[in-house]
Write a protein that binds this ligand. Sequence first.
Ligand SMILES: C[S@@+](CC[C@H](N)C(=O)[O-])C[C@H]1O[C@@H](n2cnc3c(N)ncnc32)[C@H](O)[C@@H]1O
Length: 206
Amino acid sequence: MDADAWNTRYAGSELVWSAGPNQWVESELAGLPPGRALDLACGEGRNALWLAGLGWRVTASDFAEQGLAKGRAAQDRLEAGGTPMALEWVCADATAVTWPPDAFDLVVVAYLQLVPPLRREATRRAAAALAPGGTLLVVGHDSSNLEHGWGGPQDPAVLFTAADVVDDLAGLGLEVVRADRVERRVETEDGPRVALDALARLTRPA
Ligand SMILES: C[S@@+](CC[C@H](N)C(=O)[O-])C[C@H]1O[C@@H](n2cnc3c(N)ncnc32)[C@H](O)[C@@H]1O
C-alpha cells in the first residue's frame, strides 16, 4: 500500500489500530530507562504516545499524514489532560529518509509490512540511527501467520520472520537479544484467536 492508500484508511474518525501500545512493544520495552526514541511507521502513534507518556523523547514517523494527524490529536488531548509529552511527528518515507547517526536510544518498527528489499532498506536506515547501547525492536506479522495464524496481511511477500530481520541487519554490528516467533491472542467476534508475530530485538553494543 502506498501513502495515498494508507491516508484513505486513516481518514475516518475511528482508530484503525488500538489506542494503547502493541503487546510486544509494552512487554519488551516497559523496563527501559527513558531516552530518545524513534517510532518508525508509527501509524496513529499508539506506541509513540505510550513511550512519550513514560517520559521518552519521541520522534514518531510515518508517510501517511492522516495517521500522524490522528496521533497529534491524541497528543493534544493527553496534554490537555495534564500529561506533557516530548513528541514530534515527522512525515517521511522510511525507505528513503536518512536519520541522524546516534540519534536514538530506542528504535521501534511495528508491523511495517514491506516487500523484502524495502523492508531491509527501511530497517537498516533506522538501525543506523541507533546510539551505542541502544535497542532496536522490530515486530510484524510472521510468515507462518498466513497459514497458521489469524488476521494480518494476506500477501506472503510482505510477511517476514525474525530471522529475516536479523539477516536484513547483517554487518551493522548489532547484537541479537532475541529473534522469535511469538503468539498474540486476539479477541474477535468469533472468539479468541492466535496471531503469529515475528519479534526481533537487537542492541548496538555500548
Ligand atoms: C500496519 S500499520 C502499523 C502502524 C503502527 N506501527 C502500529 O503498530 O500501530 C503500518 C504503517 O506503516 C506505514 N508505512 C508503510 N510504508 C511506509 C513507508 N515506506 N514509509 C513510512 N511509513 C510507511 C503506513 O502508513 C502505516 O501507518
